[in-house]
Design a protein around this ligand. Structure first.
Ligand code: FES
Length: 159
């Protein structure tokens, strides 16, 4: 996999990013990946391989950083991230019904993105706001004391 296949991807954004950081090294990986994600919406594999080729930073190191931080996505990500809690406090207050309602409304399973790239749905072990159980987040907004009937109108706010 040394010759990265970037044929289907526009490498101009990457050219610009690396041109702005001519001495980029391993310590610059987080800002490089942040800019790549901003430009492409996620971290496409061929682009990461090109980063490795051009900077000399080993691909294993790049993948290590890309998978360590939650902010980075290795697959295309929706414009909005819906995170629903599957933790115990939420579970006993009806969390599974909330997860079911989100799945029904979006037509996707956890860790999937809707075809129109509008939403990515994730479940998490705890959102740290158990007093709001059952709770979900859309991007940075918290929605607590949920019931399944509220889900549709909440999701529709995010276009
Ligand atoms: S268990 Fe759901 S927010 Fe903590």
């Amino acid at each position: 996999m040394s010759n990265s296949n970037t044929a289907s991807l526009d490498t101009k954004p990457l050219d610009r990013i690396l041109a702005s950081m001519p001495d980029a090294g391993p310590n610059d990986l987080v800002p490089i990946l942040q800019q790549v994600q901003k430009a492409y919406g996620y971290l496409p594999k061929p682009i990461l391989m090109a980063v490795s080729d051009r900077t000399g930073i080993p691909a294993s190191r790049i993948y290590g950083v890309a998978t360590f931080y939650e902010q980075f996505h290795l697959v295309p990500h929706g414009r909005h991230t819906v995170r629903c809690c599957r933790g115990t406090a939420c579970h006993v207050k009806g969390g599974p019904n909330i997860i079911k309602a989100i799945k029904q409304n979006l037509g996707v399973e956890p860790n999937e993105t809707t075809e129109d790239m509008r939403y990515t749905f994730e479940t998490v072990a705890c959102l740290g706001t158990c007093f709001l159980a059952p709770v979900m987040m859309v991007n940075n907004d918290y929605y607590g004391h949920l019931n399944a009937r509220k889900i549709k109108s909440i999701l529709e706010r995010y276009t």
